[in-house]
Ligand binder design. Structure first.
Ligand code: ACO
Ligand code: ACO
Length: 155
């Protein structure tokens, strides 16, 4: 990975929640606030600067969900997202979860590529999820974000 020396560590209680990054993955602060305080948060650090984040929410004793995963714009496409995803899989395994869920939009072409490449399988489509839960229309890759595609990885 050129010029980057990334390590991933847990968020510490005295730190500020990295909303700038979280809002890249989930543009509604209201939605973020519904899960962030109950989530395990991990940060990707490059030379003392936070470059990425993920938030892992336990849904029950068996299943956890990656509610949010994001890399700073200037560092996207350099492999940090993949490192974060691999870390989330490892942490969920260590915490004893049996499966890991992640949801993304019909328009999130790169994300669908990355998640499937890391072993997640599509199990469900939540029709109109983004139309029903977000006030503003969202577009990505020239495609309107309407439905949530849910993927699961068995750990
Ligand atoms: N087109 C095709 N492939 C791409 C692209 C692209 N534009 N960008 C990355 N890739 C490929 C990479 O080549 C790599 O594949 P490889 O291992 O075969 O080479 C793979 O995707 C992973 O790329 P990374 O560089 O690890 O991805 P990145 O660091 O950019 O992180 C992420 C991915 C988290 C989606 C980041 O782009 C991001 O923060 N996007 C905005 C926020 C977002 O959409 N988050 C996810 C929302 S869903 C949720 O949070 C549950
Ligand atoms: N990544 C991202 N976008 C791409 C890529 C790529 N690798 N390739 C093309 N695109 C985009 C183009 O930029 C264009 O978007 P734009 O209008 O926003 O610029 C759009 O996709 C259409 O591109 P075309 O050049 O018109 O597509 P192409 O002539 O390659 O035809 C097709 C697409 C039919 C899928 C062709 O690639 C193909 O024959 N693939 C192999 C056979 C196949 O998979 N067929 C479909 C199987 S499903 C079925 O048959 C029902």
């Amino acid at each position: 990975m050129e010029n980057l020396n990334i390590h991933i560590r847990p968020f510490e209680q005295n730190e500020a929640i990295p909303y700038e990054l979280l809002l890249l993955a989930d543009p509604s602060k209201k939605m973020v606030d519904e899960y962030i305080n109950d989530s395990l948060i991990y940060l990707a650090i490059n030379e003392n600067v936070i470059t990425g984040v993920y938030a892992l929410l336990p849904l029950n004793n068996h299943v956890a969900e990656i509610k949010n995963i994001a890399v700073h714009n200037v560092h996207q496409g350099k492999g940090i997202g993949k490192l974060l995803l691999e870390s989330a899989i490892q942490v969920a395994k260590e915490k004893g979860f049996e499966s890991l869920l992640i949801g993304t939009a019909n328009s999130s072409v790169t994300q669908l590529y990355l998640y499937q490449k890391c072993g997640f399988e599509i199990v469900e489509i939540r029709k109109n999820f983004f139309l029903d839960n977000y006030n503003e229309p969202i577009f990505e890759n020239g495609i309107q974000c309407k439905h949530m595609i849910v993927l699961i990885k068995n750990l």
